[in-house]
Design a protein around this ligand. Structure first.
Ligand code: GAL
Length: 697
């Protein structure tokens, strides 16, 4: 009982206390503030004042300092030197720049790795990761935690009451860049984590299904970190799922401990966040709702993910900033873009020049996604080091503005002008908020479906993001939430490929619908229990009564083979996943397969339940056209009209204004209403152009 009440208090704290806390740091009237990374340790002292003065003259409002400067703060163990840094802080004050400081945990000094090799991470081949780059330390190392606590305490004591310091970033892109840690200490922590979770090895054997292939363990100490490199055949999926959960927990704890150290000393007016790396699935920012909020980093043009159309490779994909903003804001109601690409980068597979205007468009996109601040990575192009081809706001001479620098400057002055209009009292338009939808997130679903893909075309995150962009193309407000949140605040709720479920979530979904909510489930939902087992019952029986249909079987087609689906008179293509559905009496078929041996069998269903509706979309396509047609129908049936933006156009509402951004390679018209008052730009948008307008009431 006592635990229950503590648990409930914690949940209330996480859902109500933190968001209010985070909002207090960012007054609405600022709209957003723009800052830039600066590395004084890379430049001669004589240039600091010139650089900082120029940063201020460009209009930046804060500078970001110190995430890789540990070796200069503590050149020898226990010997500290902050005097040089004090001078930088004073210069920032002199030019009215606010400051974001960092904990330097991503880049320890050489003496630490040399003298205490037990802090180092070990890769899947057993190779200890060494000093010479960054993020080579283990999140599980107790010794490292001790050193960190010392340096973080020093920094917090020295700058935690400085009125110009507005906030702190923990670590830098905590992610190990997608790699996993196989060190002895990590293994020890994993075993402890498993003991707490399962209490007995018998229970673990049951949940991990170790009767399969004679994997059965006799005691916890026999357990190794699942590692494909040391196994002849595939890793046990249950062991792997637990390891991914554990590893994300370790990353979260690594940040939480640093948060607690800083909080002991710093003022309540300073916020603490981390700059999570966009789309690195070994870390889960939703596990860190104990930070004030989650921020993220963003590089849209690097050859890894092209946008659409002829110039899409220079414009970046339309969905990335929009998704990352909604995703990270979901953690605690506030987000910030801590690093935004300044121009050409150096680490991509193709380091293209961004399309002229696109950097300003990304900045507007971040504002439109309600980022409370946006920070450029970085001010000066470095002259040496791995990133010396990486653009900054100024080029190698340290003074000439790059094209990106000019676009930042323009955006900053536009935002400052917009502030003068005092638009923030505007209420979110009613017909827009009536369409509000929450997307339900649980990393377990991605981890498990991605390991047991069934088709190489499957990608759990891509599936989730596809639904996010389809919804954005209908111009509906989207929040991303996890199960700790109350669903009833949302007229629409979608759980994409929500594979791992239990009775309690089905009950919550059912109540939500009975009370008037519109629930949408997509393929692969409800197939397994939370341990990733199939329940001993017909396939997907867990959601049978909720969706009013059975899933008879599933199929997929190779990339070059597209199946057809018919809804009404419209024909669409699919290939990634197809659930073949048998509707119960009273459940309406929305679409049927139009070829293969299951021609005319059902691909999507809907039904009323209580005051609401449930829709199940069983087929998944590359182009998303089929899924979009169903989403439109759901809104139409609820009496709400949606827009249908052309590919590459993005329209968002934030703090009293609409913003339309053209990520397509052709000219498009933004849906500015007849009564709309344009503040910036024109209704006709060339590629990378932006229009900002206000609804007149
Ligand atoms: C980020 C990283 C920065 C810098 C930047 C270069 O991913 O956090 O420290 O390396 O990339 O684009």
């Amino acid at each position: 009982m006592k635990f229950l009440s503590i648990f409930l208090t914690l949940i209330m704290w996480a859902t109500t206390y933190f968001p209010q806390q985070a909002e207090k740091y960012f007054p609405d009237k600022d709209l957003t503030t723009v800052g830039v990374y600066y590395y004084p340790e890379h430049w001669p002292r004589e240039q600091w004042e010139r650089d900082i003065k120029n940063i201020a003259e460009m209009g930046f409002e804060f500078i970001h300092l110190g995430e890789f400067a540990w070796t200069f703060f503590e050149p020898e163990e226990g010997k500290y030197d902050f005097t040089w840094f004090d001078d930088v802080i004073k210069l920032a004050e002199k030019y009215n720049l606010k400051i974001v400081l960092c904990t330097p945990s991503a880049a320890p000094p050489v003496w630490l790795s040399e003298n205490y090799p037990e802090v180092l991470m070990v890769d899947e081949n057993g190779i200890t990761q060494r000093h010479g780059s960054r993020q080579h330390i283990s999140w599980s190392s107790i010794k490292y935690e001790m050193f960190l606590e010392k340096i973080n305490t020093k920094l917090a004591q020295r700058y935690g009451r400085n009125k110009n310091v507005i906030g702190w970033q923990l670590d830098n892109e905590p992610s190990h860049y997608g790699r996993y840690d196989y060190s002895d200490e990590t293994r020890k922590h994993f075993i402890e984590w498993l003991k707490v979770k399962y209490t007995s090895v018998d229970e673990l054997n049951k949940v991990w299904g170790t009767a399969f292939w004679s994997i059965r363990y006799q005691n916890f100490n026999q357990i190794r970190i699942p590692n494909q490199k040391e196994l002849v055949q595939q890793v046990n999926p249950h062991a792997l799922l637990d390891y991914k959960r554990f590893s994300a927990d370790e990353a979260a704890a690594f940040l939480s401990k640093q948060y607690r150290t800083l909080r002991k000393y710093i003022s309540d007016d300073q916020w603490i966040t981390s700059n999570f790396m966009d789309q690195h699935m070994n870390v889960d920012p939703y596990r860190n709702s104990d930070l004030d909020f989650a921020a993220y980093t963003m590089y849209p043009v690097s050859g890894y993910r092209d946008g659409k159309g002829e110039q899409g490779f220079r414009l970046g994909p339309v969905e990335v900033i929009s998704f990352a903003s909604d995703f990270h804001r979901g953690v605690n109601g506030v987000t910030g873009l801590m690093e935004l690409q300044p121009g050409q980068v150096n680490w991509g597979i193709y380091n293209y020049q961004p399309y002229p205007g696109s950097i300003r468009m990304w900045l507007w996109n971040a504002f439109a996604g309600n980022c409370s601040f946006i920070c450029s990575y970085r001010y000066r192009q470095p002259l040496y080091g791995y990133e010396n081809y990486h653009y900054g706001m100024v080029g190698p001479d340290g003074v000439s503005l790059t094209p990106g620098g000019k676009e930042y400057k323009k955006f900053i002055s536009e935002i400052k002008d917009l502030r003068k209009l005092d638009i923030t009292n505007a209420e979110i338009p009613i017909e827009f908020s009536a369409k509000k939808i929450a997307m339900l997130w649980n990393a377990d679903n991605i981890w498990d479906t991605d390991y047991q893909k069934q088709t190489c075309e499957w990608n759990g995150l891509r599936h989730f993001i596809k639904y996010h962009s389809l919804l954005k193309s209908l111009v509906v407000p989207v929040d991303i939430i996890n199960e700790s949140k109350d669903f009833s605040a949302y007229p629409f709720l979608i759980a994409p490929a929500y594979q791992l479920i239990d009775k309690s979530i089905v009950e919550r979904w059912t109540k939500y619908v009975e009370n008037g909510g519109n629930l949408i489930l997509t393929c692969r939902t409800g197939q397994k229990d939370r341990n990733a087992h199939f329940p001993e019952e017909p396939f997907a029986e867990q959601i049978h009564n909720l969706i009013g249909a059975k899933i008879s079987f599933y199929d997929f087609l190779a990339y070059e083979r597209r199946g057809k689906i018919k809804t009404g008179d419209d024909l669409f293509e699919w290939n990634i996943w197809g659930d073949i559905i048998i509707p119960d009496d009273g459940t309406q078929t929305l679409a049927v397969y139009n070829d293969q041996f299951y021609k005319n069998e059902t691909a999507a269903v809907t039904r009323r339940l209580g005051k609401g509706t449930v829709t199940y979309i069983g087929a998944d396509s590359y182009d998303g056209k089929f899924e979009k047609s169903i989403l439109k129908k759901i809104y139409r049936n609820a009496g709400l009209s949606t827009m249908d933006l052309p590919e590459g156009l993005l329209v968002e509402w934030n703090k009293g204004v609409w913003v339309a951004m053209n990520y397509s390679s052709t000219e498009v018209e933004a849906p500015v209403s007849d009564s709309g008052k344009i503040i910036i730009g024109n209704k006709l948008l060339k590629p990378a152009e932006v229009v900002v307008w206000q609804d007149k009431n």
